[in-house]
Design a protein around this ligand. Sequence first.
Ligand code: ATP
Ligand code: MG
Length: 438
Amino acid sequence: MKPEDTKIQSLGPAKIQNPIITRQGDSPGFRHFIDNNEFVRVNPFVMDTADSCEPREVTFELAGPRSKIYFDPTKLKAAIVTCGGMCPGINSLVRSIVLQLHHIYGVTNVVGIKFGLQGFIPKFGHDIVELTPTLVEGIHGRGGSYLGMSRGSQSMEEIVDSLERLNLGLLFMIGGDGTLRASRAIVEEITKRGLKTGVVSIPKTIDNDICFVSKTFGFQTAVEEAAQAILGAHNEATGAPNGVGLVKLMGRMSGFVAAHATLALTEVNFCLIPEVEFDLEGERGLLKHLEDRIRDRGHAVVVVAEGAGQNIFTEEDLGRDASGNLRLGDIGTYLKKRINQHFEGKNIELNLKYIDPSYLIRSVPCNSNDRIYTGFLGHAAVHAALTGKTGMMVSQWDNHFVHVPVELAIKNRKKVDPEGSLWRSVREATGQPHMVNE
Ligand code: ATP
Ligand code: MG
């Protein structure tokens, strides 16, 4: 990585006095503004894919209000769109952006795009929602997504036509890796047309798998809920002879939810994640170890991330979803079948209970910590956007709120390091062995 890789694109020079001081007054000693030359040093060791972060002297821009802004708030129209899959905290984030725009900058013209990128495309006929402080009043306490979301590829030309038609100066995009890719394509089309519309993204992924984001919003809530499911599985397992609780959790490519939930409730005996291969059969395979555990202790809890053990399935079996993501083989129900078959073959009567809480977890309201966090992210996104920054996302990285170029965030995927401290803790907490036959 080179220093210029962390440079943030700008729509032009910021010349207008930031209205914060006029609105809030200038108390002595209180520092309202961040200087444009305040940076945070990137610490590659905090990141799991450390090899992509060399050299080490690279820095990120510090987030926060600047003394001069690019847009005239009284003439600005902004939009918010939420894309991809659901995640706790989306509504809280939308509310935070609306309130910050409205109350701090005086941007009163804010609209919501319904059902993700579909909302820009006329043929779908989705309404545009006017987002006022009154309208978003209670949405942070609700789960789900107030604006609605969608997957599926849309024409970038049509999206930017829509931005022009709506006369938008700013677009806030909330979404995962796919949304960040879409935001890059939208910025390219905007630039090609010579428009002055800023695009600022806020990373949303329940899997916590986006690079240069310490933890995504909603992740803490997801871990909390996942731990409840594990508790249920443990109770089921201990409440019947030869009980096995099998829980499938989110994590298509990265096993952070499974790993953290395992540590949150150390009742798990086997935690299976996409980053760590395992065998089912053989002396060192999962089935043999599970059998030993059942013979020894009479109950067991297995947690499996949805993307674990995918080597079992072939690509033709799987196919792709509307956004072009490879579909996953259903490892949860597959394991349930194979575990039952294995114990039947050994004439051991097993009581296996399978729990898949994924849709329940995605749609719950976020907890207070995540609400606080979405507040910070919303504020940082609005500050950056008003200053004329574009093609970037806001992020908490290494304990600072920073600006990260979208280009950089989508280069890699954040994964659990099988040789790192998180996985070591999981191994220690579960006692699970290395489950690969030589
Ligand atoms: P999640 O974390 O839930 O997977 P996501 O943002 O990755 O969130 P996707 O459905 O993959 O969810 O993508 C969101 C939207 O971005 C979709 O409408 C998709 O078509 C669009 N998109 C994805 N990749 C690109 C790309 N390379 N160019 C343009 N649009 C894209
Ligand atoms: Mg995605």
